[in-house]
Design a protein around this ligand. Sequence first.
Ligand SMILES: Cc1cc2nc3c(=O)[nH]c(=O)nc-3n(C[C@H](O)[C@H](O)[C@H](O)COP(=O)(O)O)c2cc1C
Length: 410
Amino acid sequence: MLFTPLTLPNGAIVPNRLAKAAMEETLADAGQLPGPRIVRLYRRWAEGGAGLLITGNVMVDRRALTGPGTIALEADTPLDPFKAWARAARAGGAQAWMQISHPGRQVMANMGGLAWAPSAVALDMGKHSKMFAQPRAMREADIAEVIERFAATAHAAEQAGFTGVQIHAAHGYLLSQFLSPLANRRDDAWGGSLPRRARLLLEVVRAVRARVAPTFCVGVKLNSADFQRGGFSENDAREVLAMLNGEQVDLVELSGGSYESPAMQGRTADGRTLAREAYFLEFARDLAQVATMPLMTTGGIARRAIAEGALQGGVAIVGIATALAAVPDLPRAWQAGGEPAAAMPAVDWKDKALVSLARMALVRRRLHALAAGAGAPARYSPAFTLVLDQLRGARLTRRYRAWLGTVAPL
Ligand SMILES: Cc1cc2nc3c(=O)[nH]c(=O)nc-3n(C[C@H](O)[C@H](O)[C@H](O)COP(=O)(O)O)c2cc1C
């Protein structure tokens, strides 16, 4: 079952049911462009056998990045580096989709770019809140600009040779902020009732669809819930899926959470317990009753039996992130009957926000090692890795701020 091809609504074929889920590589070269390291990393995954490779989030606006090592693709960005990236990702016959995203308020205060949000509501990260920018409520013209930017980035991704895009509407980034009644306090046409909160996502989907060929795939990553009291609920997700049924969407990936409630890492702020493996499968099973497009679920999947169970549970594609950082050829290994251990080291500290940062830093370090040609994972110290990650982040932030000052004065 895992190795049966899937035909998407637009007729495109995914050669098997295993997808590499998006992981921000933090490997941008100068100018926030892809370079030889990311090309090498994607060649590894292309050889690894997943049927769909979704890139880490690529920003639609160079003035608003999730982090200083993130890639940005705008209408006037040179395409050659992106062509090399797409070629590498497609080298093994997989679908190669670019995840396109706007961070909204989930930007660090020290980045010096824009912090746009539906409303001027800052992130609540407890004692770490000050690290994040104070956002400004978006005006009508800003909303129109964001819609146009998603379309322009999707068009550029197609020109570069990617076979699809995934619109990131999960994990508390801008489109997810609009969906959330906690972050979106607007009382105009873009806030209030769910259809209004979902309007930006729907308009982005339509604008992207209108700008690309029908054979180019358009997917959406959506939270099955935010796992915050009063946030975007499972019922909301069900209704948004019903709205997406009316659009030409080829795949919806279900995840969950945000920086405030990192359910995508298996931990929730509202105390709800997720399954130990395949965190969102229960939700996906339920949402599959509503969805007319194929569904993918990502989160906590590292064993073949769990992946197979997810398919039996009604999802069409199984998304894997961390385990494909540990073992980039996990699909090939499974197909050959192997079951390599694909877990990253556990981090068991008291400060849960630091645990999240350390876990991300460990995966990123592994991605950078793969990009440099490494073999089996080394045993990294979480504390040392976190320090290295912070130092690297500070260096890249200086580089980004200097570049931004020359290309996009605010
Ligand atoms: C280092 C790292 C970077 C990530 N970057 C992204 C991203 O750019 N876009 C996204 O949608 N999810 C991102 N995620 C979340 C993953 O796609 C996935 O939803 C999550 O890690 C749970 O899946 P897993 O248990 O297989 O890792 C990232 C995860 C990690 C560990």
